[in-house]
Ligand binder design. Sequence first.
Ligand code: 5GP
Ligand code: MG
Length: 453
Amino acid sequence: MQGVMGVYSKKHAATKSLYVMYGVQHRGQESSGVSAASDNSLRTWKGKGLVSGVFNEQYRSFIHPNDYVIVGCANGENTDNGIPPLECKTNERYAFSLVMDGYIPKDRGINEDAISGSLLRFLSQGNDFEAALAETMKKHRNSYYCLVVAVWDKKEKKSFMVVARDERGVRPLYLAKNAESVYVVSESPPIDVLENMGETFNERRDVIPGTILIADEDGLREIKVLEPKRAHCAFEWVYFGRPDSVIEGKTVHSVRKRLGHALVETHDLKKEYEGEDIVVIPVPDSGRSVSTGVAEGLGIRADEGVIKNAYMGRTYLIDDPEFRKIASDLKHNIIKDTVDGKKVIITDDSIVRGTVSESVAQNLIKEGAKEVEFLVSYAPIYYPCFADPPDKPLAAQPFKGKSLDEIGDLVAGGLPSINKCRYNSEENVLNAVGLPKDDICTYCVSGRNPFEN
Ligand code: 5GP
Ligand code: MG
């Protein structure tokens, strides 16, 4: 997954882009970078690590006041092709640099190369940039992508920004504009931040799937290339997105709270916990809004009992189970005062291999929890996402076809420190998101592949 952004602005583009880059950091922590374009140049600044490290003192001498198109990426994946953004300067007229949050099948991974390759081919056939991008979208209809491209037109001596979102809109992409600037960004919070800092916008919305946007000296143009066939990834609301994001009009925090309420209702938890000394706590961060929802549903207050060391980075991507367990132990510590002597109800977004849930539960018990129940805001995951390594063992997979409660019991049976485990149904997830059901991808739960119809 990536956080992508782009700014077209004749005033302070560099400063604005840096503000926005901080706001996409949660979507990728492996590397960060931007490409900056002016009338006369296209240059790239990037490195391994977080925005705060890569955009250091030396970055000040890289950036130029004449730069007015800046595209950037906080990247969370292995970068066999090199750290994004990747520049292409082979075409005579155009030099361009693109960032992408998406997936191109065949060559697994981020694969800007497949897109750049198509763009270069269509450009070499004499198409202008807009036409080449439209052809590229038509060619890659089995892919999903949010593309943001800085294009330097060497002939006309000017630069512009081009954006494309695939017709399914699997990954989010947000647009904001005013008289001076056009912004695109994976999620909405950086736009809120700019507003808080005094910038005003006359338009703020999601980029429509299947469209191209062009920001240049004439303003913003939108071109419909493909009819939307929406299949927004449900996991954006469940896990990937920031709680303060509004994705397709649905606030992530509110969706997660609804998932919490749904758990209480579906499993009749109010009745189940009646008279017991329980405490509801989240596995931070994605479990937090869920625990608020669960507690609301139970008529109590959620507490904090698992504290995440935010400096540990992502542990999910580690392959070796032993090392992943160590990483989870290093990342999560327990507040004894919260859990000692209590039945602990813990919330998280998902159980994939069960490493995090078991390691957290083990430590809860060490700190005095009488027993641990695990509430999962998402539904049981049976199918590895098309963009994920297919060989990942999935805790719920062997129990496909059983009832929700049976699956919960069977998964808990494999996790010694967890007494009981409860999931949401796919239906609950779709209801909590609150968009038309056909517009949401739940492939990992249902096996319904939006690329096959
Ligand atoms: P497990 O330890 O069960 O394999 O992983 C589940 C945990 O990983 C959850 O706490 C979840 O928040 C976290 N997580 C981090 N990244 C991802 C991701 O890309 N997909 C899923 N399903 N969970 C993730
Ligand atoms: Mg988590």
